[in-house]
Write a protein that binds this ligand. Sequence first.
Ligand code: GLN
Length: 543
Amino acid sequence: MTRFIFITGGVVSSLGKGLAAAALAALLQARGYKVRLRKLDPYINVDPGTMSPYQHGEVYVTDDGAETDLDLGHYERFTGVPSRQSDNVTTGRIYQTVIAKERRGDYLGATVQVIPHITDAIKDFVLAESEGHDFMLIEVGGTVGDIEGLPFFEAIRQLGLDLGRERALYMHLTLVPFIAAAGELKTKPTQHSVKELRSIGIQPDVLLCRSERPIPESDRRKIALFCNVRREAVIQALDVASIYEAPLHYHAEGLDEQVLRGFGIEHAPAPDLGRWRGVTERLHQPEGEVAIAIVGKYTGLKDAYKSLAEALVHGGIANHVRVKLEWLESEAFEQGEHTVHRLEGVHGILVPGGFGERGSEGKIKAVTFARERAVPYFGICFGMQMAVIEAARSLAGIKDASSSEFGPTPHAVVGLMTEWSRGGVAELRNAEGDLGGTMRLGAYEARLLAGSKVAEIYGASAISERHRHRYEVNIAYRPQLEAQGLLFSGLSPDGTLPEIIEIPAHPWFIGVQFHPELKSKPFDPHPLFASFIKAAVHQSRLV
Ligand code: GLN
């Protein structure tokens, strides 16, 4: 029997609903249950693929090539369950489905309405492919009361009735703020938020109350009384130093127990929290620290590189060190030589994924610095492309080497591929095509060169990693670049698309066309990040 947990949020946004959902899923999983997480996003974009990272943070890519909300990254990092296209839906996609059906005439002359047609489409999405799971955790994006969220709230309300009490549970995340002037915590915003939820017919079963200070017993009783929730089901969620402490904290507060109680499950298996204890211990007792510079464009908003920042933390966990991240705006490097000196003293340099010409020359300067000074360099996607341009210009003497992403160039060492193959099937791309969903997206296999550094790091000769890019390193330049010491150590199975480059003569210089950060987990750090941080630890002993 599959049970559904609906997770909503109130009072303010950014309370960490996605993390709370992921941590709860991790706790249920630790008790041996099979879990899957899903996200309902009320915005109108069909997917976040076309949204600016400034607006919405990182776009998280799944194996099956979906561009999804960054919360799906938390889901995977906490449970290890790979997300799929079918785990994230938006208002845009729901309407797209319903309108396509209407055009086909599938509604047989009916007037198509929000209730029941839109709500039915949402319900179909929630229920799809849920068989075989013990718990489906369904997070509703946004805050209760938002106009665009209403159809989603209505759909999950109906599902409560359809599924019955023993198969549906509502968890609401709220904020209990500390008001300095009054010197006390305030429960009123929580009361109002639950009132709002109840006005649309949803009575929460569990309240998870975010607070920066411990919530006194009297306040918990008050919240329970005014919100019509069992006293034990009012759970405090205090701020934690690391997100990976959340499962242990929530467990100590009784979250998983109360959720199970809500379903009437009295004798659940005890959780095995060893995995989370191990991760927390390593985070609390680092044996050193390394500084990594991330030279990028959206460094003002950390969420734009969420998975990357987490994967670096995981690399630290693997090596028992704390990883200090220094976010540097690549554009600043273009304004003068001296700014590059900000890279002096860091133990590793990383150029992450990115789009567009702005800031690219600064990134290339960062590559030159890393290559010449033998500082560990990790180039991811755009960061690999910039490393290849740098090598073409500085080592192979192709002075005007560039990417066709920046406009026409006589030496496109990075260019637009219009055709490639996936498992022997041709896929096409067109320069004038739509921007949404037209990149090389999702999992692709790569073959690793025997004896190369990456083959040693992965301990494998073939790998599968996730992609999200439109341009490719141009294989035609391989002989010229390899003659100068830039090895093409990973290629697509047909040998046409460069997937990995490395400089064997450098202590650690690797560029990858894919996004390894998307698959790293705190309890299973990605080998490339573990190896990069290991090289940074080595570097820190030299400087
Ligand atoms: N802008 C580059 C491309 O489209 C790189 C994309 C990325 O870094 N994700 O190929």
